[in-house]
Design a protein around this ligand. Structure first.
Ligand SMILES: [Zn+2]
Length: 371
């Protein structure tokens, strides 16, 4: 599926909301007005100007109307039904073209196993190889070749085969709203490409704590972006814990942040089997498939274990046991995304990213019955 068609189908979903129900209530008008003022293309609405009788996309280049003259619509059909005509400038009825960078990303993802020349990308979007390199790097933080390498390194190729997903879907479902917008803007302060390249340009704070008091020997590191915990690892020593963070996000700016000490305390309490009311914010980013697996993991109650096969079956993908196992193995947030509650078909502990002994201790604390 190409980037363009993905985007269009996403729009179609939004636009197919029932007309008769006059549900403009789901538009938060304050947010919409702010997006209109910013000419923010991410706005999922159309606005009409009562004085001109014209309706526009939020990122139209026309003069900003007075707030009192503006009406918001969820769909262009609603705007038309209300008697407004489409703006000649922003052409709200024309399907939106995917950006050149989005088109290049889609192409690179399709050709993931094969080096792609800048000339080829240039022909695709009608630009010189030099411009291709420049605009791609500016938008994605990495060169086209590095982008492909990052995609390969993160196993997205095998997910294309086994998980039944594609990178575009993955990014779309990861909460970027739509793939082309994910590529054009940086809603999280970082493009997907930058994230895949190891957190380039992102600031990640961390704090550590000793876990031995919980019965699990060693140390824990809790690392967080502004959005939430992005890395929670267990290790033998404080140094090893910190090194694991730097390995996972080699390009991020990593700084100790004592304010995260509270999060460490909460994690230690969880490890001691104390049920906490506090839900710590998580910043999980991965492919759609990984995110689905991690979500299912969070639904396994304490004291319960499941097999990889059970999880796969619950997700409606009974043939994807191996892919599920790999998604568990690539979990970045131990304990809180309890991949330790997944065991082998025979009830054996199988592997654990942070050591099988720690898995055993965590399960024992939770009162799980072990094979
Ligand atoms: Zn317009």
């Amino acid at each position: 599926m190409t980037m363009t068609s993905k985007f269009n189908s996403a729009e179609a979903v939004i636009r197919n909301r029932p007309l008769g129900s006059t549900h403009t209530s789901h538009i938060d008008e304050d947010t919409a007005w702010k997006q209109l003022l910013d000419r923010d293309g991410r706005g999922e609405f159309f606005y009409a100007v009562t004085t001109t009788g014209v309706f526009c996309r939020p990122d139209c280049k026309s003069r900003t109307p007075l707030r009192t003259n503006v009406r918001f619509f969820a769909t262009q059909e609603q705007a038309r039904t209300a008697g407004y005509r489409a703006c000649m400038r922003c052409k709200p009825e024309a399907p939106r073209q995917a950006s050149p960078v989005a088109r290049m990303c889609a192409y690179l993802e399709r050709e993931i196993d094969r080096p792609v020349r800048l000339e080829t990308l240039g022909r695709l979007v009608g630009m010189s190889p030099f411009s291709v390199q420049r605009i791609f790097k500016k938008a994605m933080g990495v060169s086209p070749a590095e982008y492909q390498r990052a995609m390969r390194a993160h196993g997205l190729r095998s997910q294309l085969r086994e998980g039944g997903t594609d990178v575009t879907t993955a990014i779309y479902e990861a909460g970027y709203g739509s793939a082309s917008r994910a590529y054009e803007t940086q809603p999280l302060g970082m493009t997907p490409g930058r994230f895949l390249a190891g957190g380039r340009g992102e600031k990640i704070g961390f704090a550590t704590g000793e876990t031995t008091q919980t019965g699990v020997p060693g140390w824990v590191i809790v690392a967080a972006t502004q959005r939430g915990i992005c890395w929670l690892a267990l290790a033998d020593t404080c140094e090893a814990a910190e090194a694991s963070l730097r390995d996972e996000f080699p390009a991020a700016e990593i700084v100790a942040n004592p304010k995260l000490g509270d999060m460490v305390e909460t994690v230690l309490k969880r490890m001691q089997g104390e049920k906490q009311a506090v839900d710590l914010p998580l910043d999980l980013r991965g492919t759609a498939f990984q995110l689905r697996v991690w979500k299912v993991l969070q639904e396994i109650p304490e004291g319960v274990t499941k097999t990889y096969g059970q999880l796969a079956a619950e997700m409606g993908m009974p043939k994807s046991t191996r892919a599920v196992a790999r998604a568990c193995a690539t979990n970045r947030v131990s304990v809180l995304v309890p991949c330790h509650r997944v065991v082998g078909a025979s009830g054996s502990l199988t592997g654990y990213r942070w050591g099988v002994e720690r898995k055993r201790e965590l399960l024992k604390k939770e009162g799980a019955r072990l094979a």
